[in-house]
Design a protein around this ligand. Structure first.
Ligand SMILES: Nc1ncnc2c1ncn2[C@@H]1O[C@H](COP(=O)(O)OP(=O)(O)OP(=O)(O)O)[C@@H](O)[C@H]1O
Length: 260
């Protein structure tokens, strides 16, 4: 079953300049798909349009259907179908609210949980993102948590209502390399455990390769190449994809050389 269909998406600014042009792709139930592109390629605008959250002054044409709902002409809250994890967890978290209360909010609102059932669901959601010290974490404010713990809390919030699609927009870019790796493993595990489809948005091809099966490569607002990520890395057909693969390989080789 197709959860998300983006068909001929074009986004223009107020002056009529085209920022995203004729982008089409689909994400089915349980799929894992990446949108890969460097800064300015149109990844964030595409993901904002999917959630009906384009900034004022920008207009979208084409079609975006999220679980059947048209997100361009009649954008509406689709929190129970799709949820987003952003690059910087502090943008998703309220600095004045404990982590526990933030995870409780969607559970109370969408699942009607209260009292002991709500507390137990908050604990289960923290355990699902491998935050074992859940009582302390639930009582902590965002500034009392590490960057990796904050991103785990943001992932727990996003997954609290068991969305069928998780949109992860550069979810590890702001983290240290070791924490980045832990969060990728975590995303990999939770989407498998919960059967959630994943749309992973990143500039980093090797990072995407760890968690998705298929990819679309965006450049200057257009998709230049699509396919299974293993194939795209092994045999990139577009010159731009080749430069992404080559620079990832060079980086990897440089790292290998530095290892004792
Ligand atoms: N509100 C806006 N008004 C006008 N132009 C915008 C706006 N937001 C983004 N753009 C432009 O649209 C293009 C695509 O931006 P977008 O943020 O989607 O890129 P991106 O691939 O997500 O890059 P990054 O990884 O740096 O966020 C860029 O040229 C950007 O300058």
């Amino acid at each position: 079953m197709t959860l998300l269909t983006v068909d001929g998406l074009t986004i223009r600014d107020a002056s009529g300049k085209t920022l995203v042009e004729d982008v089409s792709f689909a994400v089915g139930a349980g799929d894992r798909v990446a949108l890969i592109g460097e800064s300015g390629s149109g990844k964030s605008l595409t993901s904002l349009a999917m959630m009906g959250l384009l900034p004022p002054g920008l207009t979208a044409s084409g079609q975006i259907r999220l679980d059947g709902a048209d997100m361009i002409t009649a954008p509406q809250g689709r929190g129970q179908v799709a949820a987003v994890v952003f690059q910087e967890p502090l943008t998703a978290l309220d600095p004045l609210m404990t982590a526990g209360r933030q995870i409780a909010a969607p559970l109370r609102r969408f699942q009607g949980l209260r009292g002991a059932a709500l507390r137990s669901a908050v604990h289960d959601n923290l355990a699902a993102v491998r935050l074992t010290d859940s009582d302390r974490i639930a009582r902590s404010y965002p500034h009392q948590l590490s960057g990796g713990q904050r991103q785990r809390v943001a992932i727990a919030m996003a997954l609290a209502c068991k969305p069928r699609l998780l949109i992860a927009d550069e979810p590890t870019t702001a983290l240290d390399v070791t924490v980045q790796s832990e969060i990728l493993d975590l995303l990999d595990r939770v989407v498998t455990e919960q059967g959630t489809a994943l749309l992973f948005i990143t500039h980093d091809l090797p990072v995407a390769a760890r968690v998705v099966h298929d990819t679309h490569v965006l450049r200057d607002g257009r998709i230049v190449e699509s396919g299974p990520i293993a194939r795209v890395i092994a045999e990139p057909s577009h010159p731009y994809t080749r430069t992404l693969v080559d620079s990832a390989r060079r980086f990897d080789t440089a790292l290998q050389r530095r290892r004792p």
